[in-house]
Design a protein around this ligand. Structure first.
Ligand SMILES: [Zn+2]
Length: 152
């Protein structure tokens, strides 16, 4: 696995997806799947609102857009937000080797669990990812609580 990749450049693809989601009226979380050389395989964003489909998370969207891959150990899932339990399940099920995380402050996700299972987790602590989602949560706390399964 190359360590010369510019993970911030990869994150920019996911962040562009998150912004696109916001423009569509959705929750601004984006993701993208890359191969070991940093070639983009697929990108996507949360479309709970747009598609009325709670199963379309950024990571699952990017994963599906990437189509069939022979193996995933050499793949890199880049996401603007720490992946939830559902998306951590996806990473573990397909044994995606590396997860790059924009931020884990708005939502801690399952990063420790991923690490415990041998997934390489790279946290970038990116202020743009954090601010984009924090602004959205402030404006739409009801939708956010629904998305993380904590609605009343
Ligand atoms: Zn998720």
């Amino acid at each position: 696995m190359s360590d010369t990749l510019n993970y911030r450049a990869l994150l920019q693809v996911a962040l562009d997806q998150a912004r696109q989601g916001l423009e569509e009226g959705g929750i601004p979380i984006g993701a993208a799947l890359f191969d070991a050389n940093g070639t983009l395989l697929g990108a996507g964003h949360n479309r709970r609102i747009q598609e009325d489909d709670p199963s379309v998370h950024a990571e699952t969207d990017a994963f599906r857009k990437a189509g069939r891959q022979r193996r995933y150990g050499d793949k890199i899932m880049v996401t603007t937000l720490a992946p939830c339990l559902y998306c951590c399940g996806l990473v573990r099920q397909f044994r995606i080797g590396t997860v790059v995380v924009g931020e884990s402050e708005n939502f801690p996700g399952g990063l420790d669990e991923l690490r415990d299972h041998g997934v390489r987790v790279i946290e970038l602590d990116d202020p743009d990812c954090r601010a984009l989602l924090a602004d959205y949560i402030r404006a739409h706390p009801d939708i956010w609580n629904e998305d993380i399964g904590e609605a009343d």
